[in-house]
Design a protein around this ligand. Sequence first.
Ligand code: FDA
Length: 415
Amino acid sequence: SVPSLASSDGFIQCLSAAIPRQLLYTQSSPSFTSVLVSSIRNPKFSTPGTVRLLCIVTPTNASHVQAAVVCGRRNDVRIRVRSGGHDYEGLSYRSARPEVFAVVDLANLRSVRVDQKAATAWVDSGATLGGLYYAVSKASSQLAFPAGLCPTIGVGGHFSGGGFGMLLRKYGVAIDNVLDATLVDANGRILDKQAMGADVFWAIRGGGGESFGIVLSWQKQAANFESMYLGTPDTLLPLMRSRFPELGLNRTHCKEMTWIQSAIPKDVWVKIFAWLGKPDAGLMIMDPYGGKIGSPPESATPFPHRGGVLYNIQYMNFWSAATDGSAQTRWLKDLYAFMGPYVSKNPREAYANYRDLDLGQNVVVGNVTSYEAGKVWGEKYYKGNFQRLATAKSKVDPDDYFRNEQSIPPLPATK
Ligand code: FDA
């Protein structure tokens, strides 16, 4: 629902009583715009017309996050949570629907506490992946954590959708290595793994951002670092002997895996390269899966892209502010359609962290997000896990306070 001006005022008053004034930025604050754009990664969404938010709250401790939720619910103001701001559709700071909302920006909650002996760490959602990697590597050169490549990504959004990077073949996705978490629920309570229960703890590890509450921090198991080498032991071993003789690497330490077994015939590749050579062409990024990421069953976490998945394909294009991007967008849509016969079908799968509103958007019926309408996009991201995610949503947020255009709907009582 769209709150009245009165309820917006009530929200700001309620917040002002609970958190220091300097952590609250309303539209009239001099630094409102600079705080808003500070982590916007998609310039398409930094224009004033697309952003209609009421205020930005920048908590420095957990009680501020709780206060934002309590004040929001009391005054019928919804919240968008932002960690690193990398959401492809900008849903952490903008609404595609005409609603008034506030942003809770977690950038100040970014500590990383590594327990070197136990090889575990607690990381706050507002930390960046770069900050996390730095803290882990500073604590020990033997420890690492398997997550994405781009160092400015926020832990909060990244872990919410899965999180893969260079170590995926050996250690799987980030959420495969999460041991515990703290969540602020729709009643403003702080819940740990035990208090939130098995279904909700399962759901927040890959079930997408925003739907279940605000994740404050995550406990992670760090992995012993091993790097990736593309090639055979015949070329790797002499290289390692000359560069890192102290490691004493020999053939028994090596395990060869096939890098790619292409499911795409050669003549189709010729056509794909023709697409990439067209005017207004962008990129097609293929991340090879396999190894550890494929071993858990699809239902182990909400992230279902496991055994049998060869690559995660990402289609991307860029344009300058001087054009409207329609030619580049058309190229993207046409290539996506062309690839249909050669990729996963029924459903055509999609990665939740590569958010795409073209896959479908939620429909709100009677102030609750429709489960049936959600299935259209939800089964692409989560396959058979979508229903269990809706069950978890019914447990932790039955009133559907935390919602966006692609949040998990509560499961209707009749299901
Ligand atoms: P942001 O703050 O925008 O949040 C994303 C979503 O999660 C929003 O819906 C938000 O409301 C919600 N959310 C954020 N914090 C939350 C919290 N604490 N609790 C609950 N919900 C929360 N992915 C990958 O797996 N491997 C990779 O290598 C890359 N590389 C990459 C590069 C670049 C340049 C971009 C822009 C993106 C990627 N990604 C990626 C995708 C990335 O993992 C995805 O966009 C993440 O959701 C970003 O998380 P942020 O916290 O930065 O986003």
